[in-house]
Design a protein around this ligand. Structure first.
Ligand code: ZN
Length: 337
């Protein structure tokens, strides 16, 4: 179990507020944790709930030794916790109904009971309505934590019942230093920090040795790095490699679909081109300075702006229903023309 004090939480005001919330006699009725993907919403939610369920909590978090703490598990099998999450892409009313049944009973070992709703914006309309009824009249000693990438993705009636807590990103240099302190080699730490855009949860996941997602994105950047020198004849091969890399982003923790994975790949390509237009000190992919400069020499700024428009258009087409092979081949032919 991770204690709240072990987590890197930004901004500082949020960290302070969360610590203080643990000194009160009762948890907030419903808390909504909002932040970009990979920022650590689930980790923070887990540390908070574990602390609230612990009768010996301190502002640092749960004690780690009491009956409740010993029953804690990240999978949500604690007897006083129910976790609702999308399966595969929606939270359906059955899950909410099942949780409501469970809510007929008093806490078993902890002073409170919690319902954690991950990715609450994926509650389908029926489930959201059922949840709303529960939020309006919660049984005593029942509390809720919701997570979502953005507050405006939730219906206003649910939002109005929740206390909003925003989790932010960590500055790139600071994040790289945190990774180095945890044993990651400095150059790799810098590249992970850049790619994760300061989302600490994602960066920590990627710094593990078998992080396939990160290795894939690294390979993708290596492919983009050839765009400044690749002959136009290699366009189809690059398009094929690009699709193969996107395919590796399918599935995973977020159940990414084939189209969403391609859109993600194109999103990174977009950032690569935008980065080439930014002044060196403002670049996201600072580690790839030489390759970005090479692209800048090959393609004048006006043409790169046009390429950005093309990539944006390709991304939209993919998210529509266009043929992925045709779209990516057209795109790479155009980029290398
Ligand atoms: Zn405890």
């Amino acid at each position: 179990m991770q204690r709240l004090s072990e987590l890197v939480i930004r901004p500082e005001t949020t960290a302070r507020w969360l610590r203080q919330s643990l000194t009160r006699a009762h948890p907030p009725q419903a808390l909504l944790l909002v932040g970009a993907p990979g920022v650590g919403k689930r980790t923070v939610a887990n540390a908070l709930i574990a602390a609230w369920l612990c009768p010996q909590r301190t502002p640092d978090g749960a004690c780690g030794a009491c009956e409740s703490c010993l029953k804690w598990s990240e999978e949500g099998s604690h007897p006083d916790l129910r976790v609702l999450r999308p399966s595969p892409d929606q939270i359906k009313i059955e899950s909410v109904r099942e949780a409501r049944q469970w809510m007929n009973f008093a806490p078993t070992i902890a002073p409170f009971r919690f319902v954690l709703i991950e990715e609450a914006h994926r509650l389908n309309p029926a489930a959201a309505n059922a949840l709303l009824k529960t939020l309006e009249e919660p049984p005593p000693r029942y509390h809720f934590v919701l997570t979502s990438p953005a507050s405006d993705l939730l219906i206003a009636t649910i939002l109005s019942r929740c206390q909003l807590v925003r989790l932010g990103v960590v500055p790139i240099a600071e994040l790289a230093a945190i990774l180095v302190a945890r044993g990651v080699e400095p150059a790799k730490a810098q590249r992970i920090a850049e790619l994760s855009e300061g989302a600490i949860g994602r960066a920590l996941r990627w710094s593990q040795t078998d992080a396939v997602e990160w290795q894939t994105l690294e390979s993708m950047l290596a492919l983009f790095a050839t765009l400044g020198s690749a002959p136009s004849i290699s366009a189809l091969r690059l398009a094929e490699q690009f699709r193969a890399l996107c395919k590796q982003l399918e599935g995973g923790a977020d159940e990414t679909s084939a189209r969403a994975a391609l859109a993600t790949g194109l999103e990174y390509l977009l950032r690569w081109y935008r980065d080439s237009l930014a002044p060196p000190e403002k670049r996201q992919f600072a580690s790839h300075h030489a390759a970005l400069e090479q692209l800048a020499r090959r393609t004048p700024p006006a043409q790169r702006l046009e390429h950005i428009a093309r990539i944006t258009e390709a991304r939209r087409a993919i998210l529509g229903n266009a043929n992925a092979q045709i779209i990516t081949e057209d795109l790479f032919i155009h980029l290398l023309a």
